[in-house]
Write a protein that binds this ligand. Structure first.
Ligand code: FES
Length: 921
């Protein structure tokens, strides 16, 4: 409660108990619930009624707590997830079915989803699917693709399919998420949930211009004339380097801009003070003087020799490039019997996780402690050490739960501001970005401008492929170098191309930085390549799926980098698995279109296919993960695993692999999560690497611990372990042994036995022609999309997806399905609706992401072609799920109505324009 004002007091019946609460005029119910009544199971994603994460029941009716004035709830009944979690619906409790169905991934939307579901089930105990969709329509989810949420609510009502995931957790079993319970009862703590009442807060002053010079005014007077402000931070307060970034040579982003800003939303200062004081101060009075400068937003403008140089050392605003070439692409294209070519463009795509960046920092025993949502705790620590001129050992990073990341939370956001403010004041400091701040200032998917030419022989075999791609990397480097290195390696798609030339460039503009986003440029590239493949199949009068099967990579066949995998190439298996769904969808669409023409309906249906591949982990760079485990005196097996779970399930999957390798059920493990003080570095959560890389480290750590246990009694490797009542029972058929850990000597950490293992995937550098072994493994995917197009309005509705994904070994099939469905939802958004425009779509009502009503049924088809290096044969999956979706949709649109879309998203306007073009051809 504020110390600065008298506040009215009222009573509310919160989750069954009458409580006194204080409120200020104009305060939101969400604020009062979270900050005054400690009800942090209510999540805030937008403060504008767009995302529904804060949904609560007010007298039994779902409302957005962020839009409800606190003054209106006096004397009324408010229920939040914490109050209704235990409620048992007609079939089964939502808490159980959400876990059984894998309906919570990151979990940030889960309270809003479950509260909305309870409201429905109280009135409609056996809802239909469309009733569920209507009831949950106000809540956005960015992770799941909604299908598992719908299935869970149907199961709670008794109309769905029951699932009984096995609980042994053996590799291959669809065990519940190990962190799932916290998410479904509302006790999971995200970045804005860990700070305490009374902590200082921050407001960041940002540039309102795409490029501007600025001068700061009298900051001392600004602070002294206002109650509740502690200080103002600027670039002058940075004790170390006012620069951060990812790659050596590309640390180019300042924490606070110095004299000039390079994009709208860039930070120039931060005001630190009492939370309520900061909320009420008009920051328009902040003493800063702006001089707007000429700026460039397009790559064409940025490369003009007369354009302003965004960074002095980067000629014509070209940051860097990548290249892969083999054979002679020009000659092959000349000799080809048929050629398809085209230019394609894609837009900025916002990550739009439901949890905006948030966290806290304080000093503990003289050391700096930062708790925030992150995908890369060790990278954060190193970056902070450089910015703050501290030794890394003086900094402790404890990641909170992450409410969606998808790549953007690999970069620093709130951390340096929190850390600096905590160091300066010696107090705890909290910061949560507003939705607009989050969208203005954090990274995006690179917009691409791609030209591509592909030639084929009359028999359908690919002859040659040429690719040129420019990627708008915005004002700062972030992960742009990764994108331009990865793209040429992947632009062939998972096909045999003997003659190949692919070149990419990253171009700076005065836009927000583009960075890592599920696929690192490969989804943009796949749009061009898979669209032209469809055109080639049409020219050849071949079935589009069979054309791809004919050209698909195989074991022993070199990639465009000359890398040869003797086993584990699963693309043919993915494509052939689609034959049934493809044939059925094509027939259904033909029948539908015949009827539509007879009835003069403007609706047309079509089906499209596309494939994709993705190299797991860093491109030709070291990429190690370390996993540690130990046995305590009481027999507890402790797993320290720092592979940050951003909703994809690494906590569960890495634990399943470790448990399998050790030979115990997964539910016996005590888990210690990411914490740079006590958990070794498992690397960053990116590039679909955690199942593969951290999974391998976990497998090795499990095996090492098992060896040590067996050695104590000379038992054979095949022995069975059983751990109970403080004893380890070892049975190897011929004899039984018992080990009592309490009789062994414990080390400083309390472990009587311990293991710590590191795995680094075997890769080789690429030479000047991009030849080498960039990845130890690829994952493969093929998807079919069926859509319905209104040829009068240009609207497109997805009708169905079938998605075949080669994961090597599905460590947890339920989580694999969830990744597939969630990735498809993001691919659908990229294909049909998502287009971030700086200054114009900086909120979740102008920037559209798929809702529950946009997602049709998805048929996941899990393919298991074991990888030689993967743990139990497993391959990464997180990025692959998105790559084929947009091109499959675009190909389906063409199949439905003849409109060939070359700029995504395929908005109604663009579909209508493409239809007109197709009529004029
Ligand atoms: Fe729905 Fe992450 S699980 S937003």
């Amino acid at each position: 409660m504020s110390e600065h004002r008298e506040v009215p007091t009222d009573f509310v019946k919160l989750n069954g108990n009458w409580l006194r609460f204080d409120w200020n005029s104009g305060e939101r119910l969400s604020y009062v619930l979270r900050e005054r009544l400690d009800t942090r199971d209510v999540k805030v994603g937008c403060d504008a009624g767009d995302c529904g994460a804060c949904t609560v029941l007010l007298d039994g009716v779902p409302v957005c707590a962020c839009l409800t004035p606190a003054a209106q709830v006096a004397g009324r009944k408010v229920e939040t997830l914490a109050g209704i979690a235990a409620e048992t619906e007609p079939g089964k409790s939502l808490v159980e079915v959400f876990q059984d169905h894998g309906a919570a991934q990151c979990g940030i939307c889960t309270p809003g989803m479950m509260v909305s579901a309870v409201a429905l089930l109280r009135h409609e105990p056996n809802p239909t699917e469309s009733q569920v969709q209507d009831a949950l329509a106000g809540v956005l989810c960015r992770c799941t693709g909604y299908r598992k949420i719908v299935d869970a609510v149907l199961a709670a009502g008794g109309n769905g399919t029951a699932r009984s995931p096995l609980n042994s957790g053996a590799v291959g079993s669809p065990v519940r998420r190990l962190d799932g319970y916290r998410k479904v009862v509302g006790t999971e703590l995200f970045g804005d949930d860990v700070g305490t009442e009374g902590a200082l807060s921050l407001r960041i002053i940002r540039s309102p211009h795409s490029r501007a010079r600025f001068k700061l005014g009298d900051l001392d007077s600004f602070v002294s004339e206002r109650e509740g402000i502690a200080l103002v931070l600027t670039s002058k307060d940075i004790p170390g380097k006012n620069r951060f970034g990812v790659f050596p040579g590309f640390h180019d982003q300042p924490v606070f801009a110095e004299a000039e800003t390079r994009f709208r939303g860039e930070a120039v200062a931060a005001v630190v003070g009492d939370q309520l004081a900061l909320r009420d101060i008009d920051m328009d009075d902040f003493p800063i003087f702006w001089e707007e400068l000429p700026y460039v937003e397009t790559m064409l403008d940025a490369m003009d020799p007369a354009a302003p140089a965004i960074h002095e050392d980067r000629d014509r605003n070209v940051m860097c490039g990548g290249i892969v070439r083999t054979g002679n692409a020009d000659a092959a294209l000349t000799e080809a019997d048929f050629v398809a070519e085209g230019s394609f463009t894609t837009s900025f795509v916002e990550h739009a996780y439901i949890e905006p960046e948030a966290g806290m920092a304080d000093l503990s025993d003289g050391r700096l402690q930062v708790r925030a949502g992150t995908q890369a705790p060790e990278m954060d620590r190193k970056s902070l050490a450089s910015i703050l001129a501290m030794d890394a050992s003086e900094i402790r990073i404890i990641p909170t739960a992450v409410g969606g990341g998808f790549g953007s939370k690999l970069d620093l956001s709130v951390q340096p501001y929190l850390a600096l403010a905590a160091l300066k004041t010696g107090r705890e400091v909290r910061l949560a970005y507003t939705r607009t701040e989050s969208m203005q200032s954090t990274t995006k998917r690179h917009p691409a401008e791609i030209s591509m030419k592909i030639g084929v022989a009359r028999d359908g075999h690919l002859k040659g492929l040429k690719f040129r791609g420019k990627f708008n990397t915005g004002a700062y480097a972030s992960w742009g170098p990764t994108v331009v290195n990865r793209v040429p390696v992947h632009a062939s798609g998972p096909y045999r191309v003997r003659h190949y030339f692919a070149e990419s460039q990253a171009i700076h503009t005065n836009c927000p930085p583009s960075g890592a986003f599920r696929g690192f440029g490969v989804p943009q590239t796949a749009i061009a390549q898979e669209s032209l493949f469809d055109e080639l199949a049409t020219i050849l009068k071949m079935d589009a799926l069979e054309f791809r099967i004919l050209n698909a990579l195989d074991n022993g066949v070199p990639t465009v980098c000359g890398q040869v995998f003797e086993s584990g190439v699963g693309i043919k298996a993915c494509l052939t698995a689609l034959r049934g769904p493809w044939k059925r969808a094509t027939k259904i669409a033909e029948r539908f279109n015949r009827m539509a023409k007879q009835t003069s309906s403007p609706l047309r249906q079509g089906a499209g296919v596309a494939a994709g591949w993705y190299g797991c982990g860093n491109t030709s760079l070291p990429n190690p993960s370390t996993i540690k485990a130990g046995v305590r005196s009481d027999g507890t097996i402790v797993l320290h695993q720092g592979a940050v779970d951003i909703g994809q399930g690494s906590i569960t999957v890495v634990s399943q692999i470790f448990a399998e390798s050790l030979g115990v059920p997964v539910n016996l493990l005590a888990l210690i999560g990411g914490d740079t003080d006590v958990t070794p570095d498992a690397g960053k959560t990116s590039a679909s690497r955690q199942t593969f890389v951290s999974g391998n480290a976990a497998r090795q750590a499990g095996a090492a611990l098992r060896r040590d246990i067996l050695k104590l009694c000379n038992a054979s490797q095949n022995a069975k372990l059983e751990i109970a009542d403080g004893a380890i029972r070892i049975s190897d058929g011929s004899s039984d042994h018992v080990v009592y850990p309490s009789r062994l000597v414990a080390d400083d950490e309390g472990y009587v036995l311990r293991s710590e293992e590191t795995y680094d995937p075997p890769t080789k550098p690429l030479n000047a022609n991009g030849q080498g072994s960039p990845y130890a493994q690829f994952g493969y995917a093929a998807q079919m999309a069926m859509v319905e197009v209104d040829v009068k309005l240009g609207t497109v509705r997805a009708v169905k997806f079938a998605a075949a994904h080669d994961v090597g070994k599905a460590i947890n099939p339920m989580l694999v399905e969830g990744q597939i469905q969630g990735g498809i939802a993001q691919g659908l958004g990229m294909a049909l609706m998502e287009e971030f425009m700086p200054g114009r779509t900086e909120n979740l009502h102008d920037y559209l992401i798929p809702t529950i009503g946009d997602m049709p049924p998805v048929e996941p088809i899990i393919i298991e072609v074991p990888d030689a290096h993967g743990p139990y044969g497993a391959k990464g999956l997180g990025e692959h799920v998105l790559i084929p979706t947009a091109p499959a949709i675009l190909n389906a649109i063409f199949s439905a109505c003849g409109a060939r879309i070359r700029h995504v998203p395929a908005t109604p306007e663009r579909v209508c324009a493409a239809l007109r073009d197709s009529c004029n051809e």
